[in-house]
Design a protein around this ligand. Structure first.
Ligand code: EAX
Length: 341
């Protein structure tokens, strides 16, 4: 009997050792199973407990499952592989396999991707469902296809979220309260034009540089979805949050184009399926973190201000008329056909 039990325990141990297990490494990366032979380094600028990384972990698991353990992701959070525009360059050149980045740097990536600026317009979508309808539909596919031949295969729209405003000076309820304040924006000209229209002084910076800028007071505020503000601990240095929901911010999963085009039919099927289901998982996690973020930060002493968004919508209308921004009007009309329904 004892012998049988010992044998059983030995068997359980062997199975446990062979089972693919993802694990965290000393450098903060979240590596896939050791046994996988086809591995992709994927970078994000966001925190390990944030929605980008948890979504990628969901994809990591699915990819291992669908490829029967052959393929995996090695996830590098917190800008460990560089800022978003550097990672896009690295993926296009093949020195990094994958990244999950916000759309902020995309319009300045290439001539063809300049028309992505339409997605950066303020108050373009009223809710996430409208955004999903557009981004998962024809307009989204047209935008993703603009990457063809660039070295990057853009796979799909994951979620960053609606962007709200933080600062450490005072409650901000109207654009007038923002007058002259220095606000960190993404390195994106439509976002910068929007803050200029609101009367603020936009200061474009890569995400990795903003924490110290906020701490040292070289900028007064910044904007990001609540899920990012919470998981990146921005609330430690910014004690006021205004619920302006100014932009809906998607993020995009990217892989080096040669790697993607070199997949066998089976690898492509496994990868596409894991990426598509990873996207759905990530959007759900984004909602879950976002929904509880306000209460969590209120409990930590952050002051939230609900604003009359109509006043803000009105204040940014000039951005829609600014022809110097090169907004693709046909694409805007196609998006508004959905959002005006
Ligand atoms: O992609 O730069 C930003 O504000 C982004 O929201 C962040 O890096 C996540």
């Amino acid at each position: 009997m004892k012998k049988k039990l010992a044998l059983l325990m030995a068997l359980v141990l062997v199975i446990a050792l062979c089972a693919p297990v993802a694990h965290a490494a000393d450098d903060g990366s979240l590596l896939g199973s050791d046994s996988a032979t086809v591995r992709f380094k994927v970078g994000t600028t966001t925190a390990p407990d944030g929605h980008y990384v948890r979504g990628l972990q969901a994809m990591q698991k699915l990819l291992e499952e669908y490829s029967n353990g052959e393929m995996t992701l090695d996830i590098y959070p917190n800008s460990a592989l560089g800022n978003e525009s550097d990672m896009m360059d690295a993926v296009s050149m093949g020195t990094q396999e994958m990244c999950l980045v916000s759309t902020g740097p995309i319009p300045s990536f290439s001539k063809k991707t300049a028309n992505w600026g339409v997605l950066d317009l303020p108050y373009l979508f009223k809710n996430a469902e409208q955004a999903y309808e557009v981004l998962d539909g024809e307009v989204g596919q047209t935008l993703l296809d603009e990457f063809d031949g660039s070295g990057i295969k853009a796979l799909g729209f994951w979620e960053n979220g609606f962007r709200d405003l933080t600062n450490d000076k005072k409650e901000i309820a109207t654009p007038a309260d923002l007058a002259g304040m220095k606000i960190r924006t993404m390195e994106n000209k439509v976002h910068m034009a929007t803050y200029t229209a609101l009367g603020a002084n936009p200061s474009p910076l890569a995400w990795g540089e903003i924490f110290s800028a906020l701490q040292q007071g070289t900028v007064d505020g910044q904007e990001n979805p609540l899920a990012i503000i919470l998981t990146a601990k921005v609330y430690e240095v910014q004690h006021y949050i205004s619920m302006i929901d100014l932009f809906y911010s998607p993020c995009v999963l990217m892989i080096n184009e040669d790697i993607y085009n070199g997949f066998t039919a089976e690898q492509k099927e496994a990868f596409d399926k894991a990426a598509e289901e990873g996207k759905a998982a990530e959007r759900a996690i984004s909602k879950e973190i976002g929904d509880s973020a306000r209460a969590e930060m209120e409990a930590l002493g952050v002051t939230f201000t609900d604003v009359d968004q109509d006043v803000w919508v009105e204040a940014v209308q000039s951005v829609y008329d600014d022809t110097s921004l090169g907004i693709d009007q046909d694409m805007l009309a196609a998006i508004q056909a959905v959002t005006d329904k």
